[in-house]
Design a protein around this ligand. Structure first.
Ligand code: PMV
Length: 326
């Protein structure tokens, strides 16, 4: 009779923040300086399996997209597993296998979907029974934005003041679409982790950024409750440009937006003049997402043709276990 080792497989998707997370108040616990809000996507899934190894196995292994991972990705995965083992009171090593559906060219950060899927698969394999809030807190330890990928559709990540109070939960919002324009698929030169640290240490505008993010989140919460897609879009664009402003005010300066990114923001301005509700946002890279209503998504996608690889996505599910392994 075959005795199978404990294992679990989970699926999670990336999320795009409409109110951004940019800055930590605690590097170790990954507590943010302010709350944030995002849409979990219905595309670019990460599927991750964690299988516990026999007692006595000395190291974890991590296969990412069919190749053994090394360096930073391996280090961060092992550190995350160490945290799960501490919670579970276990010393057993694990084999992690992960596949990202996002083409390497999508320019989408895979850390959010990656750590959300790893949090669910690892906590299940190690026998922890975590509710959604505890899972969000656990995913946060891998990558701040991963706390939001646990959640269905739209999430607010409460900044909190300690490990217990810093988690994401679902928020009602109107059905919206993001037209993702991949302007440049190359890996960014400065990681978000590094640029966040630089912003906190050198930007003269950092305090103002923190205050303005808190205000944007409050306004965003009201706009969502009111089902006001236009206001949601307006806050999204001005907030994103403020994030890029504070990032470009560092020393040495970091600039993520490229001429091609600005061209996409310009398309949004032009379409708005024609009465189309469309608003831009961008993360720590040159690729731009245009937020619009389901009725206008095709028109917006057509308007950015030629400016990059285009993909229309909508709100998607939070992290889920795949049934086969129970
Ligand atoms: O979770 P991290 O460390 O990859 O940081 C994410 C930062 C942004 O994507 C730029 C903003 C956000 O809220 O997702």
């Amino acid at each position: 009779e075959k005795t199978s080792r404990p294992a679990a497989t989970a699926v999670a998707h990336p999320n795009i923040a409409l109110v951004k997370y940019w800055g930590k108040r605690d590097d170790e616990l990954i507590l943010p300086v302010a709350g944030s809000m995002s849409m979990t996507l219905d595309a670019f899934a990460t599927t991750t399996t964690v299988e516990l190894l026999e007692e006595g196995a000395a190291t974890d292994s991590f296969i990412l997209n069919d190749a053994p991972a090394s360096g930073k990705p391996l280090e961060r995965t092992v550190a995350f597993l160490d945290h799960v083992r501490a919670l579970a009171g276990s010393e057993r090593r694990a084999a992690v296998t992960s596949v990202n559906e996002a083409p390497t060219g999508a320019g989408l950060a895979s850390s959010a979907s990656g750590f959300a899927a790893l949090a669910l698969a690892a906590s299940t394999a190690y026998g922890l029974e975590l509710d959604e809030r505890a899972l969000s807190r656990l995913a946060r330890r891998g990558s701040g934005s991963a706390s939001r990928s646990i959640i269905d559709r739209y999430a607010v990540w409460h900044a909190g003041t300690d490990d217990e109070s810093s988690f994401a939960e679902e928020i009602e919002a109107p059905d919206l679409r993001l037209v993702i324009v991949t302007v440049d698929a190359r890996e960014k030169a400065v990681s978000s982790r590094e640029a966040m640290r630089l912003t906190a240490q050198t930007s003269p505008f950092y305090e103002a950024w923190i205050g303005s993010t808190e205000a944007s989140l409050e306004e965003m919460t009201r706009a969502c409750a009111a089902g006001d897609a236009t206001r949601i879009g307006e806050i999204t664009e001005s907030h994103a440009l403020r994030m890029h402003a504070v990032i470009s005010s560092t020393e040495p300066p970091v600039r993520y937006l490229a001429p091609g990114s600005v061209a996409v923001f310009d398309v949004a301005v032009r379409l708005r003049e024609q009465g189309v509700p469309v608003y831009g946002t961008a993360d720590a890279g040159p690729n731009v997402c245009l937020l619009t209503t389901p009725e206008h998504a095709d028109q917006v996608a057509a308007a950015v043709e030629g400016l990059g690889e285009v993909r229309v996505v909508g709100p998607g599910p939070g992290a889920r276990l795949l049934d086969e392994q129970g």
